[in-house]
Design a protein around this ligand. Sequence first.
Ligand SMILES: NC(=O)c1ccc[n+]([C@@H]2O[C@H](COP(=O)([O-])OP(=O)(O)OC[C@H]3O[C@@H](n4cnc5c(N)ncnc54)[C@H](OP(=O)(O)O)[C@@H]3O)[C@@H](O)[C@H]2O)c1
Length: 269
Amino acid sequence: MTFKALLATKDGDKLSTNVVELEDKDLMPGNVTVTVDYSTVNYKDAGALGDYDVIKQFPLIPGIDFAGTVEASSYPGITIGDRVVANGWGLGQTHHGGYAQKARLNGDWLVKIPEPFSTKDAMAIGTAGYTAMLSVLALEHGGITPERGDILVTGANGGVGSLAIALLSNLGYRVVASTGRPEEADYLRELGAAEIIDRRTLSEPGEPVAAERWAGAVDSVGSHTLANVLAQTRYRGVVTACGIAQGHLALKKTRAESRRRTAGLTERR
Ligand SMILES: NC(=O)c1ccc[n+]([C@@H]2O[C@H](COP(=O)([O-])OP(=O)(O)OC[C@H]3O[C@@H](n4cnc5c(N)ncnc54)[C@H](OP(=O)(O)O)[C@@H]3O)[C@@H](O)[C@H]2O)c1
């Protein structure tokens, strides 16, 4: 029996992706085989398919997460028919990921999906939602409560940002959303943002210490934005940093430059 997969290959510097037919023997080792129902198009997946050095070995099936139904398992506690979700663990980077009709991986990489969630729900929340929840838990772990004051969410219209707004507002926080897309203000208010600010107020180099404004922040933008958010955070505030949406082009440039230097050194030797 064959199944369809998106396979990324590399010839020299040229990345290609093609839909191919694979067999079970083409999958990597693992003690659980899953029929994949859904996978997200994550920020990292866009980086993988845009050749931002996300995929670490070729050929590889991209897709950093998926949700599906177990079709074979020798892992204790996971049985045929279980609905499961996976993200991280090198999926789509060093291990075949979710952009296929089938996946094989280690059982301890899987989480069973509890009722009433479907596999579709799990992937609608996705790794972005998982990251947003980790950020909210980190704020709570740092002692932040709604009474402490405003929480800033940067990259507000993005995957992490939008889910962080929804989670925080539902927990009773007053959320300030920073965005470069003011035309999406109504959407951000629907998610629960109480106030919307222009991301340009944060994205340029600023003062090392500024007036204290935020009790906490969820930042997925990094770069100057993160530096400014930190400078504006109140005493005993908490800022979670999970991303580099503002800094990814600079990072790509740095990596390309480092590769060029390494190649130059190799030639000279
Ligand atoms: N998604 C995940 O599962 C996950 C997990 C861990 C880490 N991360 C990291 O978190 C970051 C964001 O991921 P995401 O999934 O939320 O991506 P996304 O959906 O592409 O959203 C990123 C948001 O960042 C803002 N942004 C983009 N370019 C910017 C710039 N030059 N300056 C200032 N703001 C900018 C935009 O928000 P506005 O349009 O509202 O301005 C954009 O919507 C990435 O670095 C990613 O690697 C993501």
